[in-house]
Design a protein around this ligand. Structure first.
Ligand SMILES: Cc1cc2nc3c(=O)[nH]c(=O)nc-3n(C[C@H](O)[C@H](O)[C@H](O)COP(=O)(O)OP(=O)(O)OC[C@H]3O[C@@H](n4cnc5c(N)ncnc54)[C@H](O)[C@@H]3O)c2cc1C
Length: 375
């Protein structure tokens, strides 16, 4: 059901699915358990061109659409949803630079981000600033000759492996928020610690970074309205995560269907029982509806920007709810087979709950949707 896909996008989708089956599937379990290095895996994706699908050819990308980047994530997350989270943070940085970066910032960073030689991370959240980022306490002192950044960020996806950080901080003088491009190389002024072990999406880290008198290089501010930039960054990530939720739920459904076809109880395949059939029918219907909305958001990014914000919020809300509920239903169909630690069904179930929180909770998506309705 590829309502928004051209024939060339359909062909790309097939290519991504083939790559994911051949290259991501074998690594999925080790990425989730931490035995395989996420950084190396992302670098491989970058070398193959999958981290720069929307970056212009002049900067080493594929000049593709946001929908194409989203289709790659959907395919990847059929096997390993943590990759979707890691790519969502990288894509936030890419899209911010593309839209708000000046020529110097673009030519310095986009080629590295396109090839995976630099991984991006978006540093917004703080201990006292979760959904309400107006409470950010990190401070940029810009009056002195060499501006400095002080503050602590938490839940930074890719924090430990990123070379380029986009950091939200308030100006010490004016209190206005700005986004700053910070090279992560200087370990003395940007101290990174691993975040807590999470319920799901374990291959992606979500780390803590403390900035102490971190130098802000000349020309490292993203010019423009920081609130607009933050909302745009969150909307891009939400759309990527919506497609990640679709990928993992589709994979969970395939596992449940296969189990229903082959598992025999009471002298029949369990798929012959109406109770099981109805679960799978609901799963297929919910998934198709959520996928259409996620594709719509990914399509709107380039083709209908005025509705992107609302579509992204609706797509994230519906796809994460569908993933959380339907990955559980998939396990229900699979019975005990579905709850074995490290098995794909168990991983998808853990991963799915995370999608209702990261890059903006479901409640906040409803706030955005209601706001767009001007109620
Ligand atoms: C895996 C993961 C990855 C993340 N990645 C990043 C990242 O890369 N960079 C980054 O900066 N941050 C990141 N975050 C942080 C994430 O954006 C926040 O967790 C999220 O915005 C919610 O903030 P909070 O956890 O502080 O919850 P809170 O804001 O404290 O919310 C707690 C509860 O209150 C509800 N609530 C809050 N305000 C309202 C309201 N107005 N109306 C109704 N309900 C409300 C929330 O929906 C939630 O249920 C990540 C988080 C996770 C879990």
């Amino acid at each position: 059901m590829n309502t928004f896909l051209s024939s060339s996008q359909e062909a790309l989708k097939e290519q991504y699915e083939k790559y994911a089956a051949e290259e991501i599937q074998p690594a999925a379990k080790d990425l989730d358990s931490g035995k395989a290095s996420l950084k190396e895996f992302l670098q491989k994706l970058g070398q193959t061109g999958f981290l720069g699908l929307t970056i212009a050819k002049e900067y080493g990308g594929a000049s593709g659409s946001f929908l194409e980047q989203s289709l790659f994530v959907e395919a990847a997350c059929e096997y390993e949803a943590g990759l979707g989270l890691a790519i969502s943070a990288h894509v936030q940085v890419v899209e911010l630079l593309k839209r708000y970066g000046d020529d110097r910032q673009k030519s310095r960073y986009l080629p590295l981000l396109a090839r995976g030689e630099a991984i991006g991370a978006f540093c917004l959240n703080e201990e006292n600033a979760g959904s309400d980022y107006s409470l950010i306490e990190s401070v940029a002192t810009t009056k002195q000759e060499s501006p400095k950044l002080n503050g602590k960020k938490i839940w930074v996806v890719n924090g430990e492996i990123a070379s380029l950080l986009v950091v939200a901080a308030k100006d010490e003088e004016t209190g206005k928020l700005s986004l700053w491009l910070v090279d992560a190389g200087d370990s003395k002024s940007a101290k990174v610690s691993s975040g807590p072990k999470k319920l799901g999406l374990r291959s992606a880290s979500a780390d803590e970074i403390v900035f102490t008198e971190a130098p802000l290089a000349e020309g490292s501010r993203l010019e423009g309205d920081a609130i607009e930039q933050i909302e745009f960054a969150l909307d891009t990530a939400k759309t990527i995560l919506a497609m990640a939720s679709i990928g993992m739920t589709n994979a969970a459904m395939k596992l449940a269907v296969e189990h229903a076809r082959t598992r025999q109880q009471f002298g029949k395949n369990i798929g012959a029982f109406q109770g099981v059939q109805w679960k799978l029918a609901d799963m297929s219907t919910d998934l198709a509806a959520a996928r259409m909305l996620a594709l719509r958001a990914a399509w709107a990014f380039n083709e209908s920007p005025e509705e992107f914000r609302k579509c992204a919020a609706m797509a994230k809300l519906l796809s994460s709810k569908t993933a959380r509920f339907q990955t559980g239903e998939a396990i229900q169909v699979m019975g005990a087979t579905g709850i074995v630690e490290g098995s794909p069904a168990e991983r998808f179930y853990r991963d799915a709950k995370m999608m209702e929180i990261c890059q903006g909770t479901s409640e906040l998506q409803k706030v955005i949707i209601a706001d767009e309705l001007k109620v």
